[in-house]
Design a protein around this ligand. Structure first.
Ligand code: ADP
Length: 350
């Protein structure tokens, strides 16, 4: 008799005409049950009244029929709201809160903020994962010291799931594990979107209180696709005080309120807000201007969640793969404060 694994292999040859993805990549195949010579394929079409549902189901049945003549094949299809809940080990099914960390432009410290907030959440007793979706500069592997991690897969119900890396109790999966740094810029459009969808849906996150998504900077199709494909609890926006960064950030923030995305913005974090030299601990130098992100947050009617100063040890610890929030140095308290506000906002459901 045919095995589940063989059926999954066969169904990799059946694609949905619209997305061009096979039944496994697209997540349409929900289950394969074999009892005696009876094979039941459960398909789940996300869209209600999917015009291709019937033809896809027929082709799936025919493919399995052809490979195993003595099997009696039945296909059960669900569509839209009637679809069953995802199986419990599937992708983000058991993640309670998914937060996108976004910025209008690169280099403002979005990844550093993501890593340190993840550490603070973990210190506060939550189970935490980080998905590094920044195709233009994936830096979470370096920030957490797991650059050498080689992702591997485990099978559940005949489907492959990626086992994330783990550092200081935080689960990490990054697009950086799969691409060479030099190739990042050619990853655009559908190719990047599909790879990110796969990372989202095929990582074995397990049960998590928080999954932080280090988003690619900007507001293109890739960013929108990531936001649309996840049931985000909210978005955290990172900006420096400079006007140019602030203007980009407003655009980035507006993306979350566009139709189809509609994600609440938890608030704005101002990174590199000021600089205090060690020998003058009472002085604050506002080298990138003062309070730009706070003013922008007020103007846009979103909460201001705090300032993170420009501190050499933040950059150094990032380079060493030990986010500064792991320690108890003075700078840790800034991240702890932002983390406290995030938890508060999420508890109130944004
Ligand atoms: P992004 O993810 O927005 O591209 P990164 O988090 O990679 O930005 O940060 C860009 C650079 O700035 C990194 O070298 C990082 O170590 C440094 N950096 C970020 N935040 C701070 C800070 N508050 N103080 C000092 N250096 C910082």
């Amino acid at each position: 008799m045919i095995t589940k694994e063989e059926i999954v292999e066969i169904l990799k040859g059946v694609t949905h005409p619209e997305s061009g993805q096979n039944l496994i990549e697209s997540g349409i195949l929900q289950g394969v049950d074999i009892e005696g010579n009876k094979v039941v394929l459960t398909l789940n079409f996300r869209r209600k009244r999917d015009p291709f549902a019937k033809s896809v189901a027929t082709r799936a049945k025919m493919a399995v029929d052809a490979a195993c003549e003595d099997a009696e094949v039945e296909v059960v299809s669900h569509e839209g709201e009637d679809a069953p809940k995802p199986r419990e080990h599937e992708g983000v099914a058991r993640v309670k809160n998914i937060i996108a960390v976004a910025s209008g432009k690169g280099g403002v410290g979005k990844s550093t903020v993501t890593a340190n907030i993840a550490v603070e959440l973990h210190k506060a007793g939550y189970s935490v994962g980080v998905l590094d979706a920044d195709i233009y500069g994936p830096s979470q592997p370096k920030l957490f010291g797991v650059e050498d991690y080689a992702p591997w897969a485990e099978k559940y119900d005949g489907l492959d799931y990626i086992i994330p890396a783990e550092s200081n109790g935080i689960k990490i999966n990054s697009i950086g594990f799969y691409i060479n740094p030099g190739d990042a810029l050619i990853w655009r459009g559908p190719m990047a979107t599909n790879a990110l969808k796969q990372l989202i849906n095929q990582t074995l996150w397990g049960e998590l209180d928080f999954l932080l998504i280090d988003m690619p900077p900007g507001t293109g199709d890739v960013q929108i696709a990531v936001a649309e494909n996840l049931h985000l609890t909210g978005a955290l926006i990172v900006s420096t005080p400079q006007q140019v960064a602030v203007a980009d950030v407003v655009r980035g923030m507006k993306m979350f309120s566009t139709k189809g995305v509609e994600v609440p913005v938890l608030g704005v974090v101002e990174n590199m807000a000021f600089f205090t030299p060690a020998e003058l601990p009472d002085h604050r130098y506002y080298i990138f201007g003062r309070g730009g992100a706070r003013i922008m947050a007020e103007n846009e009617g979103v909460d201001f969640l705090g300032e993170i100063p420009l501190i050499q040890s933040i950059a150094e610890n990032s380079d060493n793969g030990t986010p500064v929030a792991l320690g108890s140095a003075e700078e840790e308290k800034y991240y702890a404060e932002v983390c406290r506000k995030i938890v508060e906002k999420v508890a109130k459901r944004c």
